[in-house]
Design a protein around this ligand. Structure first.
Ligand code: ADP
Ligand code: MG
Length: 443
């Protein structure tokens, strides 16, 4: 993972102190291969690509630590690691006896530091309900979906951390579905099914992140279905996250879809301005930094689609600040220019349109994609198709494909219907105006 603030601090430290101290050859062959990363406020991690680089660099640990402190004025705790040992370093806190039962939970993702706004409040409430009432049936399984960087992993881990604090004896497993799939591939190769099943089927809470990775993996789905049933039937909880609604998961076995939809599905949409401001404020407070109002407004107005990017912008400013540059609006604009540009140019997609429309009308994306004939659902569906037609100039057939295989004439009918109503329906005009604005924010 590219961590820009860490990179800046590291570069500065190398240029100013380490390069001359280590000497050209050592520096070029070993130090340049290190990947820096900040964890929390005080941990500075350096990842070596292999054990050889590691053992060379490790000998300079004290010198590196001193140099980091001199160049940044922060007494970091330095950790040097080999990269493969830590595929997801931020998700693997050093194991303490206390965290043995909760596999791979990151203690920094909690409900306390999750900012609740309009677009994630439902998801948040469902997660709190699961965490508070483990073993409850209504929210089992809980399926959370939404675009990247919107807080799915954070919420999912917050459930795990909450349960772990309340019931340290409960067995909790958090796993990225990519890892789950890889583990399973190993199992097939070595035929050690029992260990795998023992691990995943005897849990009180199973958290599987980014389930879209099991799309198209038939045998994995089969195994997952049985894991799922065992856990579900013994009254234990399952939480899944995904980048799309269950209905759009291609080649997912029907019986698995049915199982998933027997619980509750919640979505998270991109945050509104107020939530973006609240998140920035929280980030700044946690680091004891005061950001000027115009700087906060600039960031919240320009980085709109994703909280991970918002955090990235904040970290970049923090690094700027550490280098002694004043955080006025001009300097901030300059520091953020690379981050802001891609967002402004960001392309619309049918799923982004659906998410925004679903959020606006308080109807789930699943319902938009369904064949349900309720009046409000039909309206949201038609509006979403109309916006794809208007803003993205998609053909009727392409729109149809994105909306769960509707045919060309159904889409045409929907678009004409909206066009027809627009001339006489002022409230629809206003809806569309607001939606267009949120889909195409002014640069
Ligand atoms: P996703 O899993 O949906 O891709 P993450 O959960 O990894 O997104 O969130 C990206 C980053 O944004 C994380 O650092 C997370 O802590 C932060 N984040 C997301 N939503 C919120 C929120 N509502 N309040 C505070 N931080 C958030
Ligand atoms: Mg995630």
């Amino acid at each position: 993972m590219h961590d820009e603030p860490a990179q800046k601090i590291w570069q500065h430290t190398c240029e100013k102190y380490l390069k001359s101290y280590i000497g050209d050859i050592g520096y070029q062959s070993f130090f340049l291969q290190l990947e820096p990363q900040l964890r929390g406020q005080r941990d500075f991690l350096l990842f070596a690509p292999n054990p050889i680089v590691y053992s060379f660099v490790k000998k300079y640990e004290e010198t590196i630590k001193d140099s980091l402190e001199k160049s940044s004025q922060i007494a970091f705790d330095l950790e040097i690691l080999v990269k493969s040992e830590a595929a997801h370093p931020s998700l693997m806190p050093a194991p303490t006896p206390d965290s043995v039962k909760a596999t791979a939970l990151n203690p920094s993702y909690t409900f306390d530091n999750f900012v609740v706004g309009q677009t994630n409040s439902f998801a948040h409430a469902a997660c709190v309900a699961v965490a508070e009432q483990l073993g409850g049936k209504e929210f089992n399984p809980l399926f959370i979906f939404g675009g990247s960087g919107l807080g799915k992993t954070h919420l999912m881990q917050a459930i795990g951390n909450h349960v772990h604090t309340k019931h340290p004896d409960k067995r909790i497993i958090y796993v990225q579905s990519e890892k789950f799939v890889n583990e399973f591939i190993q199992v097939i190769a070595t035929k050690r099914y029992d260990a795998f099943r023992n691990k995943y089927r005897h849990v009180d809470l199973l958290l599987i992140d980014d389930i879209q990775f099991i799309e198209k993996k038939e045998q994995m789905q089969e195994e997952f279905f049985h894991t799922f049933n065992t856990i579900y039937e013994s009254g234990k909880n399952i939480v899944l996250t995904c980048d799309k609604p269950p209905a759009s998961l291609q080649t997912l076995q029907e019986r698995l879809k049915t199982r998933i939809s027997s619980g509750i599905t919640v979505d998270i949409a991109p945050p509104e301005y107020e939530t973006r401001m609240a998140i920035l404020k929280r980030l700044a407070d946690s680091r004891g930094i005061r950001l000027q109002a115009d700087v906060m407004d600039y960031i919240a107005s320009h980085i709109t689609s994703n909280i991970r990017e918002l955090e990235g912008a904040f970290k970049t400013l923090m690094a700027t600040c550490l280098l002694g540059i004043e955080l006025n609006l001009e300097n901030c604009k300059n520091a953020l220019k690379d981050l802001v540009q891609p967002v402004v140019k960001k392309k619309l997609s049918p799923s982004f349109v659906m998410t925004m429309v679903s959020n606006y009308f308080h109807i789930s994306v699943d319902e938009i994609l369904s064949r349900k004939r309720k009046k409000e659902i039909i309206l949201a569906r038609h509006v979403a198709m109309y916006l794809c037609y208007e803003l993205m100039h998609m053909t009727y057939s392409d729109i149809g494909r994105s909306f769960g295989d509707l045919n060309h004439s159904t889409v045409m009918h929907a678009v004409r219907k909206i066009e027809g109503s627009l001339s006489e329906d002022a409230s629809l005009q206003e809806d569309l105006q607001l939606l267009k604005k949120s889909l195409q924010p002014a640069p």
